[in-house]
Design a protein around this ligand. Sequence first.
Ligand SMILES: Cc1cc2nc3c(=O)[nH]c(=O)nc-3n(C[C@H](O)[C@H](O)[C@H](O)COP(=O)(O)O)c2cc1C
Length: 443
Amino acid sequence: MPGVQRPAAPARPRTRMVLNAFLYGVGHHTSGWRHPDSAVERVGEIAYLEELAQLAERGGLDAVFLADGQSVNHEYAAGIPWMLEPITALTAMARATRHIGLVSTVSSTFSTPFTAARLLASLDHISGGRVGMNVVTSMFDAEAQNHDMPELPPHAERYARAEEFLAATSALWASWDADAIVADRASGRFLDPAKIRPVGHAGAHFRVAGPLSVPRSPQGRPVIFQAGSSATGRAFAARHAEAIYSVSWDRGQALAYAGDLRERIGQAGRDPGAVGILPGLVTYVGRTRAEALEKKRALDAHLDVPAALAQLTMFTGVEYSAHGLDEPVAPLPPADTFSGPQGRYLTVQRIIETAEPTLRELLGFLAAGGGHATMIGSAEEVADEMEAWFRAGACDGFNLMCPSFPDGLEDVVELVVPILVERGLFRADYEPGETLRERLTPA
Ligand SMILES: Cc1cc2nc3c(=O)[nH]c(=O)nc-3n(C[C@H](O)[C@H](O)[C@H](O)COP(=O)(O)O)c2cc1C
């Protein structure tokens, strides 16, 4: 594809995990905000996000990641995880940190290439090369209705637009050479016009003349993350993603996903070892397993059953309000009968098939992370399980989804990370001046 620069192929396979912190409201447990000790009063405060980014940086994590949604669901009682627009929030967080990567979710369905490219190039400058872009095609009609659309465009159409969005933004990021600014006082020559090129993108969805109005940023372009799980989403990730956020309930599912993606990446002519596959991971960590289980119980105690049922309906399209809470849940129909995001649907399907839960048990599994892997135990036990996934090739690291902040992230940073470092599975320190892309490239 014109304008897209490929990351350099790695010399060696990955020996160390990538660990990103997915910051999300006061935590990934949907009812955690009701806990007496939750940070719910601070959720819209930038100082709160800055402190979380500093905490993640104290643990040497690779990046913080912000999700995004562009509508409010009045019926959904799980709180609002994104009270600040993510690129704006990450810009403040960039100034409050020095090393950690800053990954923003960007909707290719609702963004225009020029505005997105400009914002992210600016943030890459402001942060000294620490930016990532998680390209999503968005999930809800309510979001579309805030953007001049009666409903979301069909899935295939959204991915066609995403493809073009990435082509156009990539061309914009490539429109300035690194040495385009001459700034020679003596000759009066500020720019070298030959080093700033028009883009001339004309496609089905966008027309962009270019060049970008922001000079080339430290990384040239953000590190591209992707989180789609459908066949179309996987093909898109295989062509473009430098790191992939995935949903895997268990190690077997993660292995199958990673195998499929690595094969697709190879078929797309890229090095599968260069793309980090990062499943979401919910952790309950204590000094003992009993303490970890108690942390989970304290959060589950606040589970709001009607809200949890609404979330389940959102994930599956199936109405459960008349279903007995202690009755087993029937298997879901084939995924291709569901028009919403496929990833979550397939995960719920997997939980139902493998755990054969009652409705109440299913809601408990979904309350934190919506079916992402969940590891519960002492720091040693959680580190053991993370190591087992990594060594089995089921992942290249994790997208950490702590059920509550800041305590859940403190547990990872203070208890789990030191064990991983000691085992040589995670970096001990940041390399000064390293960009996010350099850090994520296997070494
Ligand atoms: C870890 C993770 C985070 C995600 N974050 C977002 C998000 O913030 N906003 C969003 O609209 N979709 C998000 N998604 C969903 C998908 O990326 C997105 O809806 C996708 O484009 C739908 O494609 P699919 O049908 O291929 O899954 C996320 C998915 C995962 C696994």
